[in-house]
Design a binder for this molecule. Sequence first.
Ligand code: 13P
Ligand code: ZN
Length: 268
Amino acid sequence: MSILDNRPGLAHEVEQVAEVAGYLWQKGWAERNGGNITVNVTEHVDDAIRAMPAISEPRAIGFTLPNLKGCYFYCKGTNKRMRDLARWPMENGSVIRILDDCAHYEIIADNPVAPTSELPSHLAVHNYLIGKGSDYKASVHTHPIELVAMSHCKKFLEKDVATRLLWSMIPETKAFCPRGLGIIPYKLPSSNDLAEATIKELGDYDVTLWEKHGVFAVDTDVMAAFDQIDVLNKSALIYIAAKNMGFEPDGMSDEQMAEMTTAFNLPK
Ligand code: 13P
Ligand code: ZN
């Protein structure tokens, strides 16, 4: 028996996560256990799920997150491989319930797979999104090679320098990642500091670059969060291809950017 049986809505969410996990592996962004995904699945929870007993002891989140009262999340398991999750999502991830104190969670299904070590960041972000009335339900952390490489250069860590460069490589990038790429100075992986810094940047950006580590993106669902990372990394690849051909790419001109911003009704 699985929590997904006879629950097509919930099963669809988990299938989408598995599909994206496969893409992350194919792209070379998910070495070993690299990266993690969580999805707020509370809208798919019924009374039978609410009555399900825990299959783990209560564990501390590390924060008190009042907006998560009564929420449920599908989470990638810590130390689990994306390439395995792609085929067996309920063996490499689990569904957790936030307890009423909003500071602890317990695993409820299908297996006692401990959630990702980046849970503080993921849950703090979901708490933030709910607080601002957002319809975003998914968060994706991954290690895209070219974007991480860019984060090793001080110039690209200045506010909006990388965003402007990436937007100017191909018109679609601003169209499909209109809020750009926020920069988060290096912080210890899995730390509460990293979580707090990430929330701050999400006020202005849907995708953030964790210096010398990876990206963290949010969107309505897991596919949309993946797409935003994918278009940004595509631009990084175009930039690098031009550099490898021996020239600095011109980028779209300010006039071309302005024309596109108006035509597609994008934020300035
Ligand atoms: P987990 O295996 O705990 O999800 O960690 C992977 C990772 O990318 C940490 O930043
Ligand atoms: Zn990571």
